[in-house]
Design a protein around this ligand. Structure first.
Ligand code: 5AD
Ligand code: SF4
Length: 495
């Protein structure tokens, strides 16, 4: 008889999710969950990650746990003893890619029956997805969600040693788990979660259901993590949260908000602090003013607008108007004139008229974005917009996307052009994908720069003169032994 897994799931429900209370978030210490070190010795793993930075950060934790258990990372999927797909549920095409990959991996299981195949991340928080995995992909051994990564050692013990299937997904509001070890993807740039979950309930979005309620990390835990990163030589930190501007809103006993966190981080001897993602309704003037002080606070802000029509914004439950969005933008430009702004936009939201789409185009032109992630609306089961009437043909939505992208691309080029002839600071990531002799890295304004240089510069911040602006990147020449880099080195060596 098929096992009944239903006790593990509570169907995503806006009614239940909205009943969230302002209560203290439990903090779990990962160290109390690790009692079986070592059993991964001689075994390898591979993780495929889909979606946003929150997933990238979770993959770093999953790797940290696996390596603590003595598993090592395999170069290829073919050689791995464990394959995990860390999934994204934000749009349907991301989900389809995962199902496609699961289908392809069936052959891997046939070739190697000892292979452990697992699925985790946002998709597994959806009841329908787990049902589909259980029905159509019965060879999957392990399914866990976004709330129970810390229990991975236990699950693997069951799957690897007892050869039993494990399906465990908590539909809970969420806790904060500290001290999960991490294998970071980069040795100079790090993600640091300042909060988890989301309480906004934009009507198109699945995230508040898959990642639980909004919960902020204790400021000391954040600051200590960054201090450790500094000791390890990290130069850039990106603070992560679904709405970083509401950081601290859930604290019951202390009054400490995002602006104060930025103020404290501004004092740390690290070259670059970034953050993502911001919500326009919570981006307050205090934050803008602190960012205007510069230092390690980078002049780059990603501020998703989603639509330029008040009617659509209302139906999206975004809680701001195009006028109030413009006000935020005006203040940002006033206080941080050198800033680069990017955004997210959804076209073809249910009921969006041609005129309402044109309002989005107008707003994009007004805001001077230097980049945007643009999407066609994708219906998500369990969200309010799932039931909104939608009469616009997909072909028409695609045309709107193309029209919008043309304007967005002009913004990319304009944003790059303004740096032509200027000297920019580049944190060198590595070599260019297309040419091993060309280095690639990002400026303070988050512009990709390619320039000729020695590989020893990888991981360093160097000064580059921009010689040519393309739509997607800048070309430049390194400035050797400049006074600025001399000063910079002296400064950071003293700290
Ligand atoms: N359809 C299309 N785009 C979406 N996003 C979130 N949910 C959906 C959806 N159902 C986009 C939003 C968000 C970004 C991360 O993904 O623009 O800002
Ligand atoms: Fe989704 Fe809105 Fe939360 Fe962003 S703020 S994660 S779009 S619900």
């Amino acid at each position: 008889m098929a096992k009944d897994y239903s006790k593990y799931f509570i169907k995503p429900s806006i009614k239940d999710a909205r009943k969230r209370k302002s209560q203290e978030t439990p903090v779990i210490d990962f160290n109390k969950h690790i009692n079986i070190k070592g059993f991964g010795k001689g075994r390898t793993y591979k993780i495929n990650t889909y979606g946003c930075q929150a997933n990238e950060a979770d993959t770093e934790r999953i790797k940290g746990i696996l390596e603590l258990l003595n598993f090592t990372e395999s170069d290829t999927l073919e050689d791995a003893d464990i394959i995990l797909l860390n999934t994204c549920a934000v749009r349907e095409n991301a989900e389809n890619r995962v199902f496609g990959e699961l289908g392809r991996l069936k052959q891997f299981k046939k070739n190697n029956p000892d292979l452990i195949l697992g699925v985790c991340g946002c998709m597994t928080q959806e009841e329908k997805v787990v049902e589909r995995i259980l029905k159509s992909f019965q060879y999957v051994d392990l399914v866990f969600g976004t709330h129970n990564i810390y229990k991975l050692p236990e699950y693997l013990e069951t799957v690897v040693l007892s050869k039993e299937k494990v399906i465990e997904v908590f539909s809970e509001e969420g806790s904060i788990v500290e001290n999960i070890p991490r294998v970071r993807a980069n040795t100079r740039k790090a993600w640091v979660n300042i909060m988890y979950g989301c309480d906004e309930f934009c009507t198109y979005c699945i995230v508040p259901y898959t990642r639980g309620k909004e919960r902020s990390r204790n400021k000391d835990d954040i600051i200590n993590e960054i201090k450790e990163l500094i000791k390890e030589g990290y130069k850039e930190v990106t603070l992560l949260g679904q709405n970083v501007n509401s950081y601290g809103r859930d604290f019951l006993d202390v009054d400490y908000k995002f602006a104060e966190l930025l103020k404290d981080l501004n004092k740390l001897p690290i070259s670059r602090i970034r953050f993502t993602t911001s919500h326009p309704k919570d981006f307050d003037l205090e934050t803008v003013k602190i960012l205007s002080q510069g230092g390690n606070l980078m002049p780059y802000i990603h501020l998703p607008v989603q639509s330029g029509s008040n009617e659509v914004l209302k139906r999206m439950n975004r809680k701001y108007t195009k006028e109030s969005y413009k006000e935020v933008i005006d203040n940002i430009y006033k206080y941080i004139p050198n800033v680069s702004l990017t955004t997210d936009i959804i076209v073809g939201f249910p009921g969006e008229t041609k005129e309402q789409f044109e309002e989005t185009i107008d707003l994009v032109k007004y805001c001077g974005f230097e980049g945007a992630y643009t999407f066609v609306y994708s219906k998500r089961a369990g969200t309010p917009a799932e039931h909104y009437p939608d009469n616009t043909p997909f072909e028409e939505k695609k045309q709107r996307l193309y029209q919008l992208n043309d304007i967005v691309n002009e913004g990319y080029l304009r944003g790059n052009k303004r740096f032509e002839g200027k000297i920019v600071k580049v944190l060198v990531d590595g070599t260019s994908k297309h040419n091993d002799e060309i280095l690639a890295g990002y400026t303070e304004n988050n512009k990709l720069v390619n320039f000729k240089g020695n590989k020893s510069l990888i991981g360093e911040i160097v000064e580059v003169k921009v010689t040519e602006a393309k739509t997607w990147f800048l070309k430049g020449e390194q400035i050797e032994n400049s006074w600025h880099s001399y000063q910079r080195n002296i400064k950071w060596r003293c700290c």
